[in-house]
Design a protein around this ligand. Structure first.
Ligand SMILES: [Zn+2]
Length: 311
């Protein structure tokens, strides 16, 4: 999220690596969140490797989980391998369902739109070509941003940003600037340097949202608009539904209860799925911890009923 728009509600401090002590209490009642369908790893702009994120989801006791890295299947693939290895060691790990997912960056009328796509075939050639183009665009944009930062007195190299296997993106630039002591927080770096109107902002052009929805559907996927209220694209939802949108991310840490209620009503009106997740990045990019935002058991059941049969 933050990589494309940089909106955060965070203080940017680095939290300790995930562990049981940071987890929400045991989930028992009907209103408890049992599924987190939105999270990131180092395969995009998350802080922790996909394997660690998967382990953390297991520690949280989730019934279902999706690792949804930006514009790549690699996080979902690595999470799958990790879960298979964990199940081989301990069959009880099979109680958590891993939903394959990714998050596509798109645009509509100049506005950023993020699409979560679940169950898409990861060998689909058209979708793969689109994801490659998105990655190349992000790489070029991030390099241009590094040059602008340099011109403004913020020295950071591509090697530093990508050290330790991190991807080249603006969130990792911000993390590097924080670690060098050049900026107080990730949020500060976006709000003062890399947002539209700021000295190091670089224009970008992503795939049209309706085109991305069509591509996701033809790849067997279930496209869901991510945090539409947070990104101010709620009014575009009817158009997206027309293009084949299958769901709305109703529950997200940056959306208020009122916004969630409105989105829930829209999901019912348009007959599309309700989804939710923490959008966890491993540090303070968003407010919620892993498993703190998402679906209850009954909503998860509705979501899982939408799984395409041929995937
Ligand atoms: Zn996300």
């Amino acid at each position: 999220m933050l990589d494309s728009q940089g909106r955060t509600g965070s203080d940017g401090t680095h939290s300790a690596p995930p562990g049981p002590s940071t987890l929400p209490p045991t989930q028992t009642d009907a209103c408890t969140i049992v599924a987190d369908l939105h999270a990131h790893s180092t395969c995009s702009d998350g802080k922790f490797p996909a394997e660690d994120v998967l382990d953390h989801a297991l520690e949280c006791g989730l019934s279902a989980f999706a690792l949804t890295d930006h514009d790549t299947f690699s996080g979902a693939r690595r999470a799958r391998q990790r879960l298979d290895a964990r199940i081989a060691d301990d069959p009880s790990c099979a109680s958590m369902l891993l939903v394959p997912g990714l998050e596509i960056s798109a645009q509509t009328e100049g506005k950023d739109v993020h699409l979560l796509v679940y169950w898409a075939r990861d060998d689909d050639k058209r979708l793969d070509a689109m994801l490659r183009e998105a990655q190349e665009g992000r790489d070029a944009r991030t390099r241009a941003c590094i040059e602008l930062l340099d011109a403004n007195g913020y020295r950071v190299s591509e090697e530093q940003v990508t050290s330790g296997g991190r991807r080249l993106n603006r969130t990792n630039i911000a993390r590097q600037l924080v670690s060098q002591g050049d900026v107080p927080s990730i949020a500060w770096a976006f709000d003062n340097l890399m947002q539209p109107g700021c000295p190091c902002f670089v224009e970008h052009h992503d795939v049209d949202t309706c085109e991305a929805i069509e591509l996701a559907v033809q790849a067997g996927g279930v496209p869901v608009v991510a945090h539409p209220a947070h990104y101010h694209v709620v009014d575009k939802i009817p158009m997206f539904v027309e293009a084949g949108l299958r769901g709305i991310e109703v529950y997200h840490p940056e959306q208020t209860d009122e916004q969630s209620a409105h989105l829930l009503e829209m999901a019912h009106r348009f007959g599309v799925l309700v989804t939710g997740g923490s959008d966890w990045h491993g540090d303070s990019v968003h407010k919620a911890k892993l498993g703190e935002s998402g679906l209850t058991a009954s909503r998860l059941e509705e979501f899982l009923a939408a799984q395409p049969h041929d995937n």
